[in-house]
Write a protein that binds this ligand. Structure first.
Ligand SMILES: O=P(O)(O)OC[C@@]1(O)O[C@H](CO)[C@@H](O)[C@@H]1O
Ligand SMILES: [Mn+2]
Length: 452
């Protein structure tokens, strides 16, 4: 396709360029994601369906095999649309979010109307097309009953969990050794708080969409690596979170502190989040934890309710003692409603979070009940920041564009070109020493936006 597209005036080009990350700029990370990574993920999905053919037959007979063929043909069509830069077409399924998706596509169209342009795969905001791709995978499966609830990414998520067993067990052993946590001194509780928070941060390295669906499990000894990893935390505002939680513990009236965690990836990362959540309860820094996950398979490794339940169950059933002890405790937390799992269609829409009060007021009201909300991962960061091309030194609060349901934190490793809240010169310095610092997941941030 021609670049830059001939129907755009240079004024429109400037507007688009400034607004957010677009897929049209060759060599940008956004462009490469759509060009290389997403077709690879689609091919893997098709292959997964192929490999489950006999399972579909055993379960559903000939109908199952027909459904598998249908899903594969829809997915091949999708891959072809992407690779030949076709226009983005409306969804045709009938899910709770179908209309909102199609309205959003209409809105994208209206932005380009003047130049008679149309949103296409390589001519759209990156966040929009990338989310759309996963929504179309879901549509293909949904339209292929009786295999409509097959999770095409389940296998890789479960594999990540099994491959990380040793690290998981070491982490659980560490947590159990601290108990009863209320017997520890204040200083030790604080040290462990920072430690487990950093583990949850580095757990975010293990996502499967950056690796094109290839295995990305945790094999190293994470607890003993924290010291070496510390210099890679570019913004570290963990002290502010500690200060807020210790204050709430002393002053909350009635004495209840709710912490919400907007989850990212299943497998090792989810376990690090659950270990931290367990620590918050056991140290009485929080009295209830609310988790938020996705309603459909998303960005390969993101947590759905099935993954959440599967992990707790497999932890409990593990032959490794520490894992099974943690699994049993976690199942009990769920039973006592000290741990509550939520999901909401908003998390799998393409909207930035500043649109939440309008698009999903119920979810916004839910988050307002929290003492603090922790957002895990890179995609949540992109949505918090509206996937806009902010200057590196813009304050985190400003880039949130008014999104502030409660005090909040972002805990993410850097996997896209977006980063705010850096010191003047910090980005330039990083670029000089490590040109790919923004996209490899090697660096992390812990950013905090304080009380209302
Ligand atoms: O949200 P996560 O799991 O931390 O990361 C998801 C992610 O790998 O997907 C996109 C690339 O396809 C990137 O924006 C981002 O790095
Ligand atoms: Mn993810």
């Amino acid at each position: 396709f021609s670049f830059p597209p001939s129907f755009l005036s240079s004024f429109q080009m400037d507007l688009i360029y400034d607004a957010c990350y677009w897929t049209l700029f060759p060599r940008s990370f956004a462009y490469l994601t759509i060009k290389d990574r997403t077709p690879q993920i689609l091919t893997k999905v098709i292959d997964t369906l192929h490999r489950h053919k006999s399972e579909f037959f055993e379960k559903h007979g000939e109908e199952g095999v027909e459904a598998e063929k249908k899903a594969i043909s829809l997915l091949s069509k999708l891959r072809n649309e992407l690779q030949t830069d076709k226009p983005i077409i409306p969804l045709v399924d009938k899910c709770v979010d179908t209309d909102i998706w199609n309205q959003y596509l209409e809105y994208q169209r209206s932005l380009l109307n003047e130049g008679d342009g149309e949103p296409r795969w390589f001519f759209s905001p990156w966040l929009f097309v990338e989310c759309y791709m996963y929504r179309r995978i879901h549509e293909a499966i949904m339209q292929s009953p009786p295999i409509h609830d097959f999770d095409v990414f389940k296998e890789s998520k479960d594999e990540n969990f099994f491959e990380s067993q040793d690290s998981i067990n070491a982490l659980c052993t560490h947590l159990l050794q601290l108990k009863p946590i209320t017997d520890l001194g204040e200083k030790q509780i604080q040290d462990e708080f920072f430690k487990l928070l950093q583990i949850s941060l580095w757990g975010n390295k293990c996502d499967l969409s950056l690796s094109g669906g290839e295995s990305s499990s945790q094999k190293a000894d994470i607890i003993n690596s924290l010291k070496d990893l510390k210099p890679f935390i570019l913004v570290n505002e963990t002290e502010s979170l500690w200060a807020l939680l210790s204050k709430l513990k002393k002053t909350a009236e009635p004495p209840a502190v709710r912490v919400d965690i907007v989850l990212d990836n299943s497998g090792f990362e989810l376990v690090t989040d659950l270990v931290f959540a367990d620590f918050l309860l056991s140290s009485e820094l929080a009295t209830e934890i609310h988790f938020h996950g996705k309603i459909i398979p998303w960005f390969v490794s993101d947590v759905t309710v099935r993954d959440f339940e599967w992990i707790v169950e497999h932890m409990k059933g593990s032959h490794l003692e520490s894992m099974s002890a943690c699994g049993a405790a976690w199942e009990a937390y769920v039973g006592m409603k000290k741990w509550v799992y939520h999901d909401h269609a908003f998390w799998t829409l393409p909207h930035p979070f500043c649109a939440m009060p309008q698009v999903a007021p119920d979810l916004y009201a839910e988050l307002q009940k929290a003492g603090v909300v922790l957002f895990k991962g890179d995609l949540n960061y992109r949505k918090l920041m509206g996937d806009r091309k902010w200057k590196f030194t813009v304050p985190f609060h400003q880039a949130l564009s008014g999104f502030h349901p409660a005090p909040l934190c972002s805990i993410r490793t850097l996997k896209c070109e977006l980063q705010v809240g850096l010191q003047p010169g910090q980005a330039e310095h990083l670029t000089a020493s490590d040109p790919h610092w923004l996209t490899t997941g090697k660096y992390g941030i812990f950013q905090f936006d304080g009380p209302l």
